[in-house]
Design a protein around this ligand. Sequence first.
Ligand code: COA
Length: 299
Amino acid sequence: MSLVVRPVCAHELAGAEELVVRSINDLTVRHGFGPIAASRSPDFQAFCLQDDPRGVWLAEEDSEIVGFALSWVCGRLWFLAELFVAPGRQGQGIGNELLDRTMLHASKAGATEQSLITFAFNVVSQGLYVRHGLFPRVPIHLCSAERESLMRHAQGSALRATPIRGTADDYKMLRQLDVATLGVSREKHHRYLLGDPRTEGVFLEDGGECAGYAYIAATGHIGPLAVMHAHAMPDAFRAALLIAGAGHAKQISVFVPGTNNALAIAASQGMRFALPMVLMSTRDFGDWTRYLPRNPGFM
Ligand SMILES: CC(C)(COP(=O)(O)OP(=O)(O)OC[C@H]1O[C@@H](n2cnc3c(N)ncnc32)[C@H](O)[C@@H]1OP(=O)(O)O)[C@@H](O)C(=O)NCCC(=O)NCCS
C-alpha cells in the first residue's frame, strides 16, 4: 500500500466530494451535532480547478481517494476551502501532506496572507493549522431557522434591494465593497455566483446610495453579504432575511461572525446556532463586522 498525493482531474471531483461528506459527517456525529452534510454537485470545486489547478490535491491509496484539499487565491489572499481525510485514515500524516501541497499554491501565486474556516470543536484541524502559522481569530456561527417562524419574528427597518445585473459598473461596485471589507477583489467569485441560476444577487441601497451586496440562494441560504460601513449591517441583514423569507425554502440559514451585530438580530428573530466554526489566519485580515461569509469553502 503506497500513498500518492497528486493533482486532481475534473472527473474525480465528485468522488472527492463524497469523501468530504463522509469526513464531515463522521466528525459532526462524533461531536454530537449529527450528520450535517449531504452530497452536492461539486460546482465551486470545478470552478476553482479550472481557474487555478495549483490548489487542488488528492491523496490516493490503492486507487481509493483517502484525502482531498482545495485552495483558491484572490490577490494576496490564499484561502483553504477544503481539507479532508477519510475517517479511518486520519492521524497518519495525510492531512499534513495535503496541506503542504496546497500551501505551495500560496507561495507560487504570491499570496502573502493565508486563511480558512474550520470547525470550532475540531482540536486536530486547529492544531494542524496552528503548526502551519494560522491562528484562531474570529468565531463564526451557522444560524438557522424555519422560514415561516422567522417571518413571524421579522421586525425593524431594511435596506432596499435591487438586482446585480453584472454590468461593468456593477463589477466596479462589487470590487470596491470587497476591497473595503476583505482587502482583495473577488471578481471571479462574483462571476461564479451571478452565473448560478439558483442564487439571487442584490445590491443594498441606503438613501439612493449603494451600501452593500447580498446573495440569497433558492435553498434559503444567505451569503456572502458585505456592507461599506458597519452601521448599515443590521438593515442589510434584515433585507437579506426578507428576500430569503419571501422564497420557498423550508429553512433559512446564514454564517454570522461573532463580531458582527447581525448575530444579535439572528438570535432575537429566533434563529438557532447550529454549528460553531472559527476563522483562522496568519494575520488579522478582513472586517468581519461588515462581512458575512457564504460558507467555509467559498468564504
Ligand atoms: C483535520 C484533518 C484534515 C487532518 O488530517 P490528518 O491526516 O488527520 O492529520 P495529520 O495526521 O496529518 O496531522 C494531525 C496533526 O494534528 C495535530 N493535532 C492532533 N491532535 C491535536 C490536539 N489535540 N491538539 C493540538 N494539535 C493536535 C498534530 O499537529 C498532528 O500532527 P503530528 O501527529 O505530526 O503531531 C483530518 O483529521 C480530517 O479530515 N478531520 C475531519 C474533517 C475536518 O475537520 N477537516 C478540516 C476542515 S477545515
